[in-house]
Ligand binder design. Sequence first.
Ligand code: NAG
Ligand code: NAG
Ligand code: NAG
Ligand code: NAG
Ligand code: NAG
Ligand code: NAG
Ligand code: NAG
Length: 530
Amino acid sequence: MRFLTATAASMMLGLSTAAYNTWPHQSFKSSPHEPPSLKITKTGPTAPGYLFFDQSWKAHQYSVFMMSEENELVWQSPEGDVKDFRVQMLDGKPVLTYWNGLGVPEPFGWGYGLVQILDEHYESIYNVTVTDDHYKALGTINSTSFYSWLDMHESTITADNTMLVTGYNVTQADLSAVGGPKNGWIADSLFYEIDIKTNAILYRWSAIDHVDQISLEDVQQFYPIEDWGRNSSAPYGYFHINSVEKFRDGQYLISSRYYSSLFKIAKDGSVDWTLQGADGGDFQLAHGIHFRYQHDARIHREAHGHLLVSIFDNDNSDVTNGTHPTEGIYMDINELTREVRVVRQLEDPADPIYATSQGSTQHLPNGHSVMGYGAIPKIKEYSANGSVVLTAQFGPDNVVASYRGYKFPWVGAPNTVPDVVACVDRKGNQTNVYMSWNGATEHQLWKVEGGLTRDNLRGVGEVRKTGFETVAKVKGGIEWVQAEAVGMGIENGVSRVVAVKKPKQHHSHFVTTVLSLLGSGLLQRNLFAP
Ligand SMILES: *[C@@H]1O[C@H](CO)[C@@H](O)[C@H](O)[C@H]1NC(C)=O
Ligand SMILES: *[C@@H]1O[C@H](CO)[C@@H](O)[C@H](O)[C@H]1NC(C)=O
Ligand SMILES: *[C@@H]1O[C@H](CO)[C@@H](O)[C@H](O)[C@H]1NC(C)=O
Ligand SMILES: *[C@@H]1O[C@H](CO)[C@@H](O)[C@H](O)[C@H]1NC(C)=O
Ligand SMILES: *[C@@H]1O[C@H](CO)[C@@H](O)[C@H](O)[C@H]1NC(C)=O
Ligand SMILES: *[C@@H]1O[C@H](CO)[C@@H](O)[C@H](O)[C@H]1NC(C)=O
Ligand SMILES: *[C@@H]1O[C@H](CO)[C@@H](O)[C@H](O)[C@H]1NC(C)=O
């Protein structure tokens, strides 16, 4: 029985399956972070900003990452099952958001957690949660192991400074219409609009409450009932909400993976229209438009009855995999004539991708688009004319996955001080000073101070920042070092004073030499090894 094998395999995918992933990663002396080494292909001018992505499945470290197109780490979060990392505006200021929780892998593909909001100092300023809406978890999950019930699929901040989020509730429903039990079990899809500061629920919608308009029989081929729905450990996850947007007038646009549909939800919760990607639903699809199992439906423009909406179309599944390369689609939805036409289709003919889950399509202010390919751990940037200008890969296909990938400019000013580690390199008659500062974006230079006692440090030189971690090679020996990050408007840029680590044997004559040089005030920037 296919279902049983899939479930057993999925439940074994935990946080510690890194052994199968041989993708190279970076490591540092001054930081425990080990981001993937990006395989970058640049084929044209790119938009400014850093790449933002999460990684899971058999990833080396479960985290979210901000990295440059030069393969340098800018910021990595603490480890955890964290997803959908992006910059959003809250109260007119840029903030970082990501989901943090317990992901239940495919074939379930949802999670339980909260959305963290960090300020420019990487301080946690708000957690968006739903804690008391009477949820029931998947039968195999111990619900005391998490705090909030929000799923990873959505965390969009609206123009009203509220957040749109999703939830999955295991509950009972009559499945006889689709060949399941009368007292069957389903994973219901919910979405909410939440007041970020109070966590008050401002709006709440559940798919099963609207089964009269969204009938179970319309679920697409990807998800036949088979053995699902017989108990709360194998609920029929028929709707699978995966994005929520708000229209200017307060109605909502939601995306359902297994209906292969976008739904416009009126304020009273009823379905205003259905746009189904294969037969159109309430719409007429112009030639060339076709989508299934799509993700990330975003409204870019609303004017005169026309909507400009983008989606990530991963028309791939156990039934259709390998037949339609994954694409980004921008479409014009005419709400008056009920016609849909393609505005832009994004795919890389030189590198067709068949993503079976997750993924995102982001529109950048300069007209470029960035796509994150979900089960295929790649990010591609497309220019305004649809040509590929950047591909970054961070793991083997279908081994490491990333829920969404983005590009954003960001200025980070950590509240923490820089990290420094110094080691004696006797062979080279020098001290190697390793410096990094997770999340800091504005320093260009490191100044190094050294000395033989911790309270008597002097400048021993300066060096340009060369990446996430910079190493300064200080000639001769020192016992204590301190590093300072230098750049415009830097605060907290001075590290702790740390002892130089030494190989076991000690008392070499170069320590004495440097001591005398320090005493004579002769040590300056020329002490760096070439
Ligand atoms: C949010 O939750 C995280 C993780 O549980 C916690 O470390 C942090 O302090 C919380 N932040 C706020 C503002 O409550
Ligand atoms: C669930 O977890 C809690 C604490 O983590 C534990 O006390 C409890 O026994 C667990 N329940 C089951 C059914 O395993
Ligand atoms: C979840 O389902 C239970 C019934 O199983 C119901 O009582 C509860 O209200 C539901 N919660 C939500 C958030 O829909
Ligand atoms: C739930 O249903 C599935 C599929 O029918 C079955 O394999 C599994 O053993 C059941 N679990 C429990 C706890 O009864
Ligand atoms: C989907 O198809 C692609 C291309 O044929 C293949 O590489 C990939 O392994 C398939 N994925 C799954 C989950 O079957
Ligand atoms: C499309 O844009 C790219 C990068 O901006 C440029 O190199 C290329 O010539 C353009 N192609 C066409 C057909 O305009
Ligand atoms: C080590 O470096 C110091 C300072 O530059 C120098 O005076 C000394 O001769 C060097 N010693 C050796 C063994 O190279």
